[in-house]
Design a protein around this ligand. Structure first.
Ligand SMILES: [Zn+2]
Length: 455
């Protein structure tokens, strides 16, 4: 279900961007002249269902709309980063060079698989794309990407997919082995990168394309596209946020107000709690570096102020999960699920940060103790004492711990040094590259590179 919720979150984030390809709500009919041009280039195999240019729930409506949008694009600039030069400057030429026919299949077989908006059968039809009803639900940008994706499958190499071994589509045959493989997902991602990079396009289009490209780069390739690397975000004592990779490479991520606390990374955003205003804010993946979004600010801020009854100046850390979350303050850890509250009275503990350890939620203290909540979900309102919590052995007194690659952890020492440790928190591996830095917070995991900002 985690996947389901993340997709909801992602779709909500992407759809809220507004789009230059947005459908006209009033007049839904596509321009007859523009359609005539597409019908001249491509054949549409129509069965019961007429080729509708006014009904968005008609499968071909979405295809025609995407073709017109592709045809109207200016020459696309190549991306400065992550560009494989698969599609070239004209996406419509790329498509016309490979596809002659669009068809709604008589047998829905392949359309029934999760998430299939279109597919090809190159062994039977070398220049034909089969379109599924699901495409009606896709945004115009997504539909454009799908057409380019399918066209790539019609090349002699076919570019079959492999099972994703992590990310949003983990377990599904919905990934390419790598970005360098230059498969269908790489072609689709490249279209989005080029749209984001083309200065003559509207800002809203570029923003939507950038967000979508970023999510593709993270989730559609089993080898991370270089220079993306897994790692964590760390916040230094001055409030600046950096990315530190598994190998210890440190890159500046975002400048923020010194009082803001880095609290979380989501698939589509990095969350900070702005102690000055009491608001939870986001660095959205679609935003230019430095821009903060307030997508969920109102809901969470209201919850903290009114419903959760926590004084915001005492807030030490925040964790969001869908519409629920936890707030760690000086005296209490308060978690909320479906309107029910779990509150832990912390006595005189000096709590530091919310943490997750072996998928259980808990918190660290200034003295380096880790406490975990009971693993069961709570059914009613619950009040707990520190004695009800599980204490984790933490011989080095780390004040913040997050999982890294292959059973290692990123950990923060009480004097602010970021190190790697083992699953028992015993051994300490220092990074030479981090000499001189003093950090106050880690959150993770995040796959990132400064190169993302150049898309
Ligand atoms: Zn495919």
């Amino acid at each position: 279900m985690r996947i389901f919720y993340l997709i909801i979150a992602m779709v909500a984030a992407v759809s809220s961007f507004g789009s230059a390809f947005a459908r006209a709500e009033e007049n839904r009919c596509l321009d007859e002249e523009k359609i005539a041009k597409q019908v001249k280039h491509f054949k549409f195999v129509v069965r019961n269902d007429e080729l509708s240019t006014c009904d968005p729930s008609n499968v071909f409506y979405r295809v025609l709309e995407a073709l017109v949008a592709l045809d109207e694009l200016p020459n696309l600039d190549s991306g400065k980063v992550f560009d494989n030069n698969i599609i070239g400057p004209s996406a419509i030429e790329y498509l016309r060079a490979r596809v002659d026919v669009f068809e709604v299949p008589a047998d829905w077989g392949s359309c029934k698989k999760d998430g299939v908006g279109a597919f090809v059968m190159p062994w039977r039809y070398s220049r034909r794309v089969m379109v599924c009803p699901l495409i009606e639900n896709f945004s115009p940008l997504t539909a454009m990407g799908v057409l380019i994706h399918e066209a790539r499958h019609l090349d002699p190499k076919r570019y079959s997919h492999v099972r994703c071994y992590r990310g949003l589509y983990q377990g599904y045959e919905a990934c390419d082995p790598s970005y360098r493989y230059k498969g269908s997902y790489a072609a689709e991602t490249e279209l989005k990168i080029r749209l984001a990079s083309t200065e003559s396009l509207p800002k809203s289009t570029r923003r939507e394309a950038r967000a979508s490209a970023f999510l593709d780069l993270l989730n559609r390739f089993n080898d991370y596209p270089r220079p993306l690397e897994p790692g964590v975000l760390v916040q230094d004592v001055d409030g600046r946020i950096f990315h530190v990779s598994e190998s210890g490479r440190i890159q500046p991520y975002r400048e923020v107000v010194p009082d803001a606390i880095l609290t979380q990374v989501l698939e589509w955003a990095t969350v900070i709690f702005d102690a000055e205003t009491g608001a939870v804010r986001f660095f959205n993946v679609a935003d230019a570096p430095g821009d903060l979004s307030d997508v969920l600010e109102t809901a969470i801020d209201k919850a903290i102020r009114e419903e959760w009854d926590v004084k915001r100046e005492r807030v030490k850390d925040v964790l969001l999960e869908n519409r629920d979350g936890c707030v760690l303050s000086e005296r209490e850890l308060a978690c909320f699920q479906n309107g029910r509250a779990l509150r832990v009275d912390l006595g005189g503990l000096s709590p530091r940060y919310i943490t997750k350890w072996e998928s259980r939620l808990g918190f660290t203290t200034d003295s380096g103790t880790i406490y975990l909540l009971p693993s069961k979900r709570f059914k009613g309102d619950v009040k707990l004492q520190v004695a009800d919590l599980k204490k984790v052995q933490n011989p080095n007194g780390f004040v913040s711990v997050f999982p890294g690659a292959s059973k290692t952890y990123f950990a923060l020492t009480s004097d602010g040094r970021l190190v790697k440790t083992d699953a028992k928190l015993k051994r300490v591996f220092k990074f030479d590259s981090l000499e001189g830095y003093r950090f106050k917070k880690i959150v993770g995991q995040l796959v990132w590179s400064k190169a993302i900002d150049e898309i």
